[in-house]
Design a protein around this ligand. Structure first.
Ligand code: FMN
Length: 210
């Protein structure tokens, strides 16, 4: 096997293509926030992960918008309101979630645009997506910034202070993947279904997974 190798100081679009073509399938956080005028903003982010369980922390990474060189609406709202909701994506809503990634003028309600139903949260003011089966209400914790030019971006972490889950997903307190039907993001406009799950036992006694 011959390996191609390259430095990362060229065009950011080349680096970006390698990130999205190598790190996959990526989970998708659909983040809902409140705009300045009280309308709702929604957008998907696949540079997303869980960080730790106690406190319960998640992280996602909005890049600088390449078309304008400015912050995306989601981080603007989070830095002002100090809160947001992460909604998890199932196959049944992926088309609508894709619509929420459209660059709409600030203040245009993205629930309405995508045909999603906003419902109240318990702790935060940002709405949850009724059609999503799992919601994390989050308080803004940290921002790690890597610049303000196109290609750069940041890590935003949130502390999950309230979780909501559709009861139909649960069996003995566990989430059943085949019921959640999560969708992963690939390179370009590719997505993954998660309907070919397999299990491997681990060679250790104390398993947090048990
Ligand atoms: C499935 C999917 C995943 C995405 N993941 C990211 C991401 O991780 N980081 C990012 O900056 N943009 C990502 N985008 C693009 C944003 O959703 C898009 O720029 C959106 O307009 C941002 O909305 P906002 O300005 O309301 O925050 C993704 C788009 C899609 C469809």
């Amino acid at each position: 096997m011959t390996m191609k190798t390259f430095e990362t100081n060229g065009a950011y679009s080349d680096n970006y293509k390698f990130l999205i073509g190598s790190i996959l399938p990526r989970p998708i956080a659909v983040i809902s926030t409140r705009n300045l005028d009280g309308s709702n903003n929604v957008a998907p982010f696949s540079f997303f992960t869980g960080v730790c369980a106690s406190p319960m922390i998640i992280a996602f990474c909005p890049m600088i918008r390449s078309s304008t060189g400015s912050l995306k609406d989601t981080p603007v709202n989070i830095f002002r309101e100090k809160e947001f909701v992460v909604n998890i994506v199932s196959e049944s809503i992926i088309d609508k979630i894709n619509l929420t990634s459209t660059e709409l003028p600030y203040g245009e309600d993205e629930f309405t645009f995508a045909g999603l139903t906003p419902i109240d949260s318990v702790v935060v003011k940002a709405k949850r997506i009724k059609e999503s089966l799992i919601h994390f209400e989050c308080l803004f914790r940290d921002r790690l910034s890597y610049g303000d030019h196109p290609g750069s971006g940041q890590v935003i972490t949130g502390e999950v202070v309230r979780v909501h889950i559709a009861e139909e997903l649960l069996e003995n307190g566990r989430i059943i993947t085949s019921k959640l039907k999560p969708v992963g993001r690939g390179a370009g406009n590719d997505y993954f279904r998660c309907d070919d799950v397999f299990t491997l036992e681990r060679l250790m006694n104390a398993q947090i997974q048990k």
